[in-house]
Design a protein around this ligand. Structure first.
Ligand code: ADP
Length: 865
């Protein structure tokens, strides 16, 4: 591989998102006047759903031909073999996993792909989920009829239950006996008279897939002030395990045993006991970790220790309307999420009753406040939820996520979220591309497997070198120690041993690390965003490199969980100030600039590290997503990257958290995480579920003052389908076979309907990015393609798009809009069928017959414009 991305030289890919065409939402630091030169920084069983007889299903991954016949295990070993336990939970009826009435297209194993009359029998060696039931009224995907969805474009000028709400008091008190039932201010918990659509499907995440409890429960907005939360607030930085749930304990066990590949985020695990809150006594601590910082009062309101409220009881009105239109015609509007301490205008009841958020015990309070103040009702074990924020799940569990539901994970992200997997993926690329490119994780050994190599390295380095020993899938500093003698290295348990960065950049002689928030909204195409702000966590004891101090965790570890119990730990009461043991990244940049540090360059370097890390797990995640996720609508993931900077201002990646803590225990936490979560939810575009009749949508449209371009209010599943016409498939194959010089033009010369759907999603998302900066793709990020295991069509499409339009977004939007105005983006293969529960928006036609043009098997069809 001859890709040469010099990591820190002028040749490295410029990652300034402004170059890539994003508007001014980047943290641009250009006024650094280095007094300190930065030059030193140059530096099982087959599921019965998966009927092999299914034929003709075509989905849009770039290589339906290439991928299906290949690998089902990653190079690193057994990680692809997933336990089926979660889906086979005997307590959960199969319908939970195999949703009643759902088609089978998301499972690509055993699917025959028919192209040009030829069957390509695809195979898989992976075990499948054990789902056995599904309803016969599923979508018929058994045949693929040729349909035209190609479109030439002349505008290219710019080259550059019925869910029954289970509100019974008995149920509620049965779950949390000490909690009173708070009545639902919105009226009955039963079915609304406005229930025009039949809610036919039953959807729950399987128990092992959820992170939630086991009893059905509906919480109402008023409950969000906490009175029904058994496991309320937790500290920043920390995971917890609801010890009341065996499932969680099992996870902890498997993590400890290094056998489970899934749970490894801060919010996915941990060991805080269940604490009762919200009873009638005054203030209760809700987590031992944060005893001194946050409490829940008798009204269930999160409060500071002194009783002052963390959240005002009456949130300020949000300046945002409740819905925002898309940039494009005939694309439904998205729901606006306000800040946790604001409240949006109430939705009409007929909409409001559809907006349900699935509660899990690990949903952070700030997320609950944000979604409830934005019009969602939070319910536990609801059947028709729109969104959820929970722990990571085993890959097959993603099959239970419906097309109108969004979840905060992708399958397989443990590939970067576990320390051992992260290293395995990283080292694979390091071997291939060298330390120049992949040198940003300190040298690591995964024991006991790497024991011999580690011993050799240890002996070579001598006792002067320090190492840090960590559990492979833990967090919060648990089980970590810094060592320099062989006798200190555990030889009998699975651990990760890493070269210790013994000369960190110090501020006030103290070591710190940085929590970077990274959002991935899609893995194919890969879209990565970097949040402008984050947290800087300081050790509570001044740093000393002497071997004699290695046992001082307050000096060598920067976790808040560790340092908060230090007598010298001080809180930062003003988020804008560089004080105390936690800062915002914004403050850090301000501080560093005054010392002549080129923070802009540092940030670019961090962006580079982020992209390469995500890329290292990309292949497995794409494959698992394609196999287990029904809709492009359903997944997004927020990652917490922990980075330490050494004295030469070189950033080192310490770990990636797949469930970074959003628990907020201080005004500083709120100032970072509150906007972060609202920004994120707005970016990923939640739509009103497609449960309203055309008439209802028409009636309601007038309430929102949209212009005529908005023709429907509800989710339109066609926008997120992965079905492709043969012409579209052909284009994928052609583009993937081309060198960049060719595909830059070809990929966007003639857009297919599927292309338009992808591009408009990306444009809308970019427009809502707020404080997130898109770092991939930009017009400059194509060199990263070299690190991917294989070319991917949508990455190339995006590359061509950015190459043409990064510097003139209006042209890009104009071009797409001219197609959307004609509903070109809504042309889907005739095999696409709306489920009965999904009611088309008033605009809806599914590929009207007169728009089907003859197929030319050699060239993409070009319909008359
Ligand atoms: P955890 O997931 O338990 O937080 P980390 O890998 O983040 O584990 O390590 C915890 C802390 O230990 C970090 O915040 C950092 O302060 C310190 N640390 C971890 N790895 C290194 C390293 N290689 N060199 C120096 N310090 C480290």
């Amino acid at each position: 591989m001859s890709i040469n991305l010099c990591v820190w030289s002028s040749q490295r890919p410029p990652l300034n998102p402004l170059v890539g065409g994003q508007q001014e939402n980047t943290m641009k630091v250009s006024d650094a006047s280095p007094t300190r030169s930065p030059t030193n920084t140059t530096q099982q069983t087959i599921c019965k759903r998966h009927n092999p007889e299914n034929s003709g299903v075509v989905e849009s991954e770039n290589a339906p031909f290439l991928l299906h016949n290949k690998r089902q295990r990653t190079k690193s070993g057994s990680e692809s073999v997933e336990s089926l336990a979660a889906c086979q939970d005997s307590a959960i009826p199969p319908a939970d996993c195999c949703v009643k009435g759902e088609p089978t297209p998301l499972c690509e194993r055993n699917v025959r792909t028919r192209l040009d009359g030829q069957d390509i029998n695809t195979q898989s060696t992976e075990p499948s989920c054990s789902c056995t039931k599904w309803d016969s009224n599923s979508d018929n995907l058994s045949s693929l009829v040729t349909g035209d969805s190609m479109r030439s474009d002349s505008n290219r000028e710019c080259k550059k239950n019925s869910e029954t709400d289970l509100t019974e008091e008995s149920l509620l008190t049965g779950v949390f006996p000490s909690h009173r039932l708070i009545s639902n201010g919105n009226g009955s918990g039963g079915l609304s008279p406005h229930c025009a659509a039949t809610l036919e499907y039953v959807t729950q995440l399987p128990e092992g897939c959820s992170g939630g409890g086991s009893k059905a429960l509906v919480l109402h907005s008023s409950d969000l002030n906490g009175s029904c939360e058994p496991n309320e607030e937790l500290e920043d930085d920390d995971n917890y395990l609801d010890s009341s749930e065996e499932e969680e304990e099992e996870d902890e066990l498997t993590l400890t045993n290094n056998e489970d590949e899934e749970s490894c985020g801060e919010d996915d695990q941990s060991v805080i006991s269940c604490v009762t809150v919200g009873s009638t006594s005054s203030l209760h601590s809700v987590a031992s970790e944060i005893l001194n910082t946050i409490c829940i009062n008798e009204h269930g309101v999160a409060a500071n220790e002194d009783g002052s409220l963390l959240y005002t009881e009456t949130p300020a009105p949000s300046p945002l309307p409740s819905l925002s239109p898309s940039l494009f015609s005939h694309v439904p509007p998205s729901i606006n999420f306000c800040q946790y301490n604001e409240k949006t205008v109430e939705f009409p009841l007929v909409i409001g009753r559809l907006l349900k958020w699935r509660f899990t015990n690990i949903t952070p309070l700030i997320v609950r406040k944000t979604v409830s103040n934005s019009g969602f009702r939070i319910t536990k074990k609801t059947l028709q939820w729109c969104g959820t924020w929970g722990k990571h799940m085993k890959s097959p569990c993603f099959k239970a996520v419906r097309e109108f539901q969004k979840i905060n994970h992708f399958p397989g992200t443990f590939q970067i979220g576990r320390k051992d997997k992260l290293w395995k993926n990283f080292v694979r690329l390091q071997i291939k591309f060298g330390k120049e490119e992949f040198g940003f994780i300190p040298k690591t050994f995964v024991l006991p497997g790497d024991m011999k190599a580690f011993k050799a390295a240890f002996e070579k380095e001598g006792v002067k070198k320090k190492w840090i020993v960590k559990p492979p899938a833990s967090a919060r500093g648990a089980g970590i120690q810094v060592v320099h003698k062989w006798s200190q290295v555990p030889t009998d348990s699975p651990v990760v041993v890493q070269r210790y960065i013994s000369r960190p950049y110090l501020i006030n002689d103290t070591k710190f690390d940085i929590r970077i928030y990274v959002l991935v909204t899609s893995f194919h195409p890969l879209r990565i965003y970097l949040y402008q702000d984050g947290l800087v966590r300081f050790a509570s004891v001044q740093y000393n490199n002497a071997s004699t101090s290695l046992s001082d965790r307050y000096m060598h570890l920067t976790n808040y969980s560790v340092n908060k119990s230090s007598s010298s730990y001080t809180h930062n009461v003003d988020a804008g100030q560089c004080q105390g043991h936690k800062w915002t990244i914004k403050s850090l940049w301000g501080y560093l600039k005054t010392r002549g540090v080129d923070t802009s360059a540092l940030w670019s370097r961090i962006a580079d590290l982020v992209i390469k890390t995500v890329v290292s797990g990309e292949h497995d995640i794409v494959v698992r997503t394609r196999k287990n996720v029904r809709s492009r609508y359903s997944c997004q993931e927020l990652f917490g990257f922990d980075v330490i900077i050494d004295e030469r201002l070189r950033p080192w990646l310490l770990e990636v958290n797949i469930s970074p803590s959003l628990h907020s225990a201080s005004p500083l936490d709120h100032s970072v995480k509150g906007p972060l979560i609202a920004n994120l939810l707005n970016m990923v575009a939640f739509h009103i579920p497609d449960k309203l009749s055309q008439q209802q949508q028409m009636n309601l449209l007038g309430d929102f003052n949209f212009d005529e371009r908005v023709s429907g209010l509800c989710l339109d599943r066609r926008l997120y389908t992965r079905l492709l016409t043969p012409e579209e498939q052909l284009k994928h194959v052609q583009v993937n076979a081309m060198p960049r010089s060719q595909y830059l033009d070809f990929a966007i010369e003639t857009l297919t309907s599927d292309d338009v759907r992808h591009l408009l999603t990306a444009e809308d998302e970019l427009q809502r990015a707020g404080k997130f900066t898109r770092i991939f793709p930009t017009a400059e990020t194509h060199p990263y393609f070299g690190f991917l295991e294989k070319p991917r069509y949508y990455n190339r499409l995006m590359d061509a798009w950015e190459n043409a339009y990064a510097t003139c977004r209006e042209k890009a939007i104009e071009r797409l809009e001219s197609l959307c105005a004609e509903k070109f983006h809504l042309r889907v293969p005739p095999t696409f069928k709306m489920p009965k529960t999904a009611i088309l928006p008033p605009t809806g036609e599914v590929l009207p017959t007169d728009s089907v043009l003859p197929t030319d098997s050699s060239q993409p069809s070009v319909p008359a414009s």
